[in-house]
Design a protein around this ligand. Structure first.
Ligand code: MG
Length: 252
């Protein structure tokens, strides 16, 4: 009888220990949620956040505009290139990149004229058109009122900037734009709309804003748009001599 009790006791202890061990092995450990491979690819950042990192495409370095840009019709750009920047020449029309892009991070520096002329939308107006359709407005809004969804840092006629972070006329300003291209349903409606984040002079002015459709000057942006794929970046000729320098892009 004693032997039987002893055997049962030992068996119970063994089973209990095994159960304990199993429970222990089922517990989450820190290592179980660590992902090691593939290793995150290394790049070399620029000396300052203004400088192109090693994986960026430099779209304009201040001298050779024709390397990456053309006029709207594909001919040579008529914009003025001097003093390390490219300046809109009224009537020459937009310029566009030779390359096309999907999702990207774009760094672009711009300057409205030091000599103040005009008011509201007529003062230092240009714009960055993402995939040739969606405008991030460029405007001299330093002491210059205009409609809030049309001022600098707005997604034109759709989203006003969160704040007015404009520097004065003639000062260089920076946009850092993070863009996710739309994905489409078969009928041309957005499956996911394009989203845009913009930092203006380092200040967040668009926080993952979801566009409703291509930029419209007149009328309501349409939800049902023509499907499109990768496309160019355009800079607008709005008749004002706005300048650009140090433009680089990282494809995401
Ligand atoms: Mg504009």
């Amino acid at each position: 009888m004693k032997t039987k009790i002893l055997t049962f006791t030992l068996l119970f202890v063994a089973l209990f220990a095994a159960a304990q061990e199993e429970e222990e092995s089922m517990k989450m450990k820190p290592q179980m949620t660590e992902i090691w491979d593939p290793e995150v690819s290394k790049i070399t950042p620029g000396e300052t956040p203004m400088d192109a990192p090693s994986d960026a495409i430099v779209l304009f370095n201040g001298t050779d505009l024709g390397r990456e840009w053309t006029n709207g019709d594909g001919s040579e750009s008529g914009w003025l290139v001097e003093d390390g920047c490219a300046t809109v020449v009224k009537g020459q029309g937009i310029i566009k990149t030779k390359r096309v892009f999907e999702d990207f991070q774009l760094h672009i520096e711009w300057r409205s004229p030091a000599e103040v002329k005009g008011k509201s939308q007529g003062r230092g107006n240009s714009g960055v058109f993402l995939q040739a359709r969606y405008e991030v407005q460029i405007l001299d809004n330093f002491d210059n009122r205009t409609y809030r969804n049309g001022q600098a840092g707005s997604l034109y006629k759709q989203y006003p900037p969160l704040v007015n972070a404009c520097k004065g006329p003639g000062e260089w300003q920076v946009y850092d734009i993070i863009y996710t291209a739309p994905r489409f349903n078969d009928d041309g409606t957005f499956f996911t709309p394009p989203t845009v984040t913009v930092l203006h002079n380092g200040v967040l002015v668009q926080n993952n804003s979801k566009l409703r459709g291509p930029t419209e000057y007149v009328g309501i942006p349409e939800y049902a748009v023509k499907k499109h794929g990768a496309d160019v970046i355009q800079l607008q000729d709005h008749g004002n001599p706005v300048s650009y320098r140090n433009i680089w892009i990282r494809e995401l």
